[in-house]
Design a protein around this ligand. Sequence first.
Ligand code: MEV
Length: 423
Amino acid sequence: MVEDSRISGFYKLSREQRVAKLKELTGVSDEDLKPLINPGKVDMEILDHMIENVVGSMTLPLGIATNFQVNGKDYLVPMAIEEPSVVAAASNAARMTRKYGGFTAVDTGSHMIAQIQAVGIDSPFAAKHDILMEKERLIELANEQDPILVRFGGGARELRVRVIDSKVGPMVITEVIVDTRDAMGANAVNTMAEALAPEIEKITGGRVLLRILSNLADLRLVRAKATFDKEMLGVEEVVDGMIAAWAFAEADPYRCATHNKGIMNGIDAVVIATGNDFRAIEAGAHSYASVGGYHSLTKYEKDRDGNLIGTIEIPMAVGLVGGATKVHPVARASIKILGVNTSLELAHVIASVGLAQNAAALRALAAEGIQKGHMALHARNVAATAGAKGEMIDIIAKRLVEERNIKVERAKEILEELADKQA
Ligand code: MEV
């Protein structure tokens, strides 16, 4: 846990200085940080056992977002992503919330849904009734599959049945609702669904086909809220412009896809850094956004004083135990940096990052023009690629932007020119 996630000028430090600061603030040991600081130190044996046909690894840059405070606790947030601007933008937006207490977040608990598809049933509504008559026994049977989860306070909680119409006739879909606690829960719920399948066949006289979790995790929602300071956002028109940008997304799916993508920039980066299943999170987010017509995962309004209030509501099926989160050394280090104790606490932080990311993008679009911010960071990358070091990176990047010629060749020329002058 960090006392204070505000680190002024973190981006100006060298990488080594940033690492030193991170250690100082989080107290995470050298040993734990080693694989994160130096990806070459990740044991290939571990990766070899994670998937098939392993030949190597793909490393992404991992940056630390600063300024986050969620439910009164400060967090330094690891983000793994290939896109420039994302980490800076999240940190910047989080800074604008601090005056009003940062983010608050609530959740609906860690409930996942497993589906059992039964077909070939003559009287589907009667079958639904018959399954529900056996509900308690079926829930008990599901819980027998995972005594450890039950010991940790989780387990199957509810069972519901829907009759749906399909292109191949009616289907009876039994859904088991499972509190998966600190696990993402895919394995646990799939095992339960498989165990119930023969019982469903016996009760209904039908044939069970699929038994698999649903990624539309709408019983594992997180809601986060923050007030973004109007002075820090700029003039009042910026706040109005951001609200109009959000309204555009709500009114138009072409814009909304990009709007929600911006939210996922932040969310996926933390999900990947912590070794969670980003495809599950993406599927959950967009399917949830589609319920009732594709809409924004965030909402914006103004408070009495003209500040911007943002809220987000999003499924967040992330875990702390099991899977890559427990096995991958970089994911383990990320969890230590975050200092989260439960998967719901992690989910609160991730949703808050999504909200911050979205607010930052809307501000950039409404106020400055996204291209300008992007170009400045792109120019820094180009300057570094050309061989610039230290403060030379900023000097050259500034020239590239001024000249509107952000190319490595030009950066090299400027670098040589400046070196000649110094000689
Ligand atoms: C770019 O990765 C994300 C944005 O396009 C999001 C948005 O337009 O809201 C900036």
